[in-house]
Design a protein around this ligand. Structure first.
Ligand code: FVH
Length: 292
């Protein structure tokens, strides 16, 4: 294991909030670390903690084989890597991108002689280096490259490999974050409903959190429906019943002076699915209306 052998040297490009958090964990674990950031001042604290600070991205890339990139977006990745020699480098790109961008960046890196792994970070900076926080990174691309560097990549945060298709890490990342925004949208509506009442948001919050946790396993039933094609399997509250309930939600919003704009699009899809004769199903059929 790495505790008995020399720790892998890492080059890290990008010292924003996430890059800095990643850097600290590698330094703390004894990995020799070379860093570069467009704004050099952001590297000063890390230099004091033992990082070697390169004067250019090219110098940083030349220093090591394992090159971890954590920049703002795909455009900045191209700008930064364009002036570097990537021949025989192992590039691990943790920058958030779309699946198509990840696939194209992998091909771009391969043409420059590099091996490439894409990552989608399921953590915020305070979760980095805190295993009990449960954060992890989705990885996709070469399994061989992932396995070669897994021990080093697992130092800051957990690792979850999701396939050889380089776009899959980004796809899993965006899928989970999209669901998160749906949850935030629902919570925003819930808080808006009580906003003008004599109800402490702090008393609603734990009830809301517990309810969302209790409802979350419903996605397992959804997956079962999608795999089997039977959207009625194990249905507890069928679509007909749920659509019948939607006027209550819309009227309550109106009574409370709250815009229904976050809820209405979902209700509209539920109504369309019901109109197509799917009243005995669960809500799974809405997914088919979204895909074109
Ligand atoms: N922070 C978070 O909560 C999320 C959690 C999930 C994953 N994301 C993604 O991680 C990538 C990096 O995010 P970050 O939090 O480090 O972002 P910033 O603090 O804004 O730092 C951005 C770094 O990118 C550098 N940069 C931006 N544009 C360029 C460019 N054209 N050329 C060179 N470097 C560039 C920037 O440099 P500087 O402004 O300090 O000079 C920072 O190093 C990101 O994909 C998130 O979506 C984070």
């Amino acid at each position: 294991t790495q505790s008995t052998v020399e720790k892998t040297s890492v080059t890290l490009l990008g010292l924003g909030a996430m890059g800095t958090a990643l850097a600290r964990t590698w330094l703390a674990a004894g990995h020799p670390l070379t860093v570069w950031n467009r704004t050099p001042a952001r590297a000063a604290a890390l230099a004091a903690e033992g990082a070697r600070v390169a004067d250019s991205a090219a110098e940083a890339v030349a220093a090591n084989t394992l090159i971890v990139v954590c920049l703002l977006d795909d455009t900045s990745v191209e700008e930064v890597l364009a002036g570097t020699d990537l021949a025989d480098k192992d590039v691990v790109n943790l920058t958030t991108s779309t699946p198509a961008q990840a696939r194209a960046r992998a091909e771009w890196a391969r043409r420059r002689g590099a091996r490439y792994l894409d990552g989608g970070i399921m953590a915020v900076p305070p979760m980095i280096g805190v295993p009990e926080a449960g954060g992890y990174v989705f990885y996709s691309g070469s399994r061989e490259l992932f396995e070669q560097h897994q021990e080093t990549l697992a130092v800051p945060v957990g690792t979850t490999y999701v396939g050889e298709d380089t776009g899959f890490a980004a796809l899993h990342d965006v899928a989970l974050l999209s669901a998160m925004y749906g949850m935030f949208a629902g919570a925003a509506h819930a808080f808006a409903l009580i906003r003008k009442e004599d109800i402490d948001p702090a008393s609603l919050a734990p009830l809301l959190a517990d309810w969302l946790v209790a409802m979350a396993p419903a996605v397992l039933r959804t997956a079962d429906h999608l795999r089997s094609g039977d959207y009625t399997k194990g249905v507890v509250s069928n679509l007909a019943m749920q659509v019948a309930g939607t006027p209550t939600f819309l009227s309550t919003a109106e009574e409370q002076g709250v815009s229904p704009q976050l809820l209405s699009p979902y209700f509209e899809l539920m109504r369309r699915r019901l109109a197509a004769g799917s009243g005995e199903e669960d809500l799974t059929g809405v997914i088919d209306l979204l895909v074109h």
